[in-house]
Design a protein around this ligand. Structure first.
Ligand code: HEM
Length: 265
């Protein structure tokens, strides 16, 4: 459930514990909805966003109107600290709880904080630290067009033959040859070729209901057994998933944690 049709969802993974390990939003003025979910206090998730001279850094901190996060006090919600390219630290202060109905996903959100300021040129680092079990959404950017997300060094995908290598700038850690999944999110979204390339236990992507999911971390957590998920890696798992789970709440909401984005049409 994206914040709005144009806010591309980006799910932070359990391995995105530092800004460098996390994804890079190549143009921080394009709207992204970055989701971070935590199972307990003291966990960290992070990402980066690149901005240019003259850009505006626009950040909103949101939660869905559901428990556990909606029941938490401000001091129990995850803390967001942004570090500017020159090292200036901005601690986002939770100072509102304004309801916001997002019609595309039919979801009730609360705005908890909004920050907007002229940007420095360079890479901003976003670090979220949990203080309890909670999931939050950080909306970055306001331009309603598709943007690029680079991930490195995790070998999450192989670029499609049609993907332009020029799209892989700026280069994520450790090198351009780490085949970020960046190409997957340019213009067209994730392709079936991207999904087929991630067909193993070490990098397991699957399509379910027209969305692409990275199920790698779910394989060994699935109550119905790892083999069930392994069988979906690199494939369109829609029919297996719906045959087993239909649209029941728990599997569907678990799935949402692993969303990468829509499958290209
Ligand atoms: C990829 C996405 C999947 C997710 C996110 C997922 C999620 C879950 C969750 C959360 C449960 C816990 C029980 C519940 O709340 O209903 C569960 C149980 C189960 N899942 Fe899945 N599942 C997925 C795919 C599959 C597939 C493809 C199969 C079979 C072909 C399967 C077979 C089962 C079985 C048999 C159980 C029951 C285990 C038990 O009762 O102990 N799941 N799954």
């Amino acid at each position: 459930m994206p914040i709005a049709s144009a806010h591309q969802p980006v799910q932070l993974l359990d391995t995105d514990t530092t800004p460098k390990a996390g994804p890079l939003l190549v143009d921080g003025t394009i709207s992204f909805a970055v989701r971070a979910s935590f199972t307990k206090s003291g966990q960290k998730k992070a990402f980066r966003a690149a901005l240019k001279e003259g850009d505006q850094l626009a950040v909103q901190y949101l939660i869905v109107d559901k428990k556990p996060e909606s029941a938490l006090k401000n001091t129990q919600l995850p803390q967001l600290v942004i570090t500017s390219p020159t090292g200036k630290k901005i601690t986002i202060k939770i100072n509102e709880r304004s309801p916001f109905y997002e019609p595309y996903g039919g979801t009730n959100y609360f705005y908890l904080a909004r920050y907007s300021a002229p940007a420095e040129a360079g890479i901003y680092q976003f670090l979220v630290t949990s203080r309890a079990k909670a999931g939050i959404t950080i909306a970055v950017g306001e331009k309603e067009i598709r943007g690029e997300v680079l991930r490195g060094p995790a070998p999450l995908s192989t670029p499609t033959p049609t993907a332009s290598p020029a799209a892989a700038k700026p280069t994520p850690e450790p090198s351009a040859s780490s085949t970020p999944k960046a190409e997957a999110t340019t213009q067209s979204g994730y392709t079936m070729a991207n999904v087929r390339a991630n067909n193993s236990e070490s990098s397991c992507w699957s399509v379910i209901g027209g969305n692409v999911y990275n199920l790698t971390q779910w394989i060994n957590s699935h109550p119905g057994g790892a083999s069930r998920i392994r069988a979906l890696c690199g494939t369109d798992g829609t029919s297996s998933f719906s045959a087993q789970h239909g649209s029941r709440g728990s599997p569907t909401s678990t799935l949402a944690n692993y969303l990468l984005g829509p499958l290209a049409k």
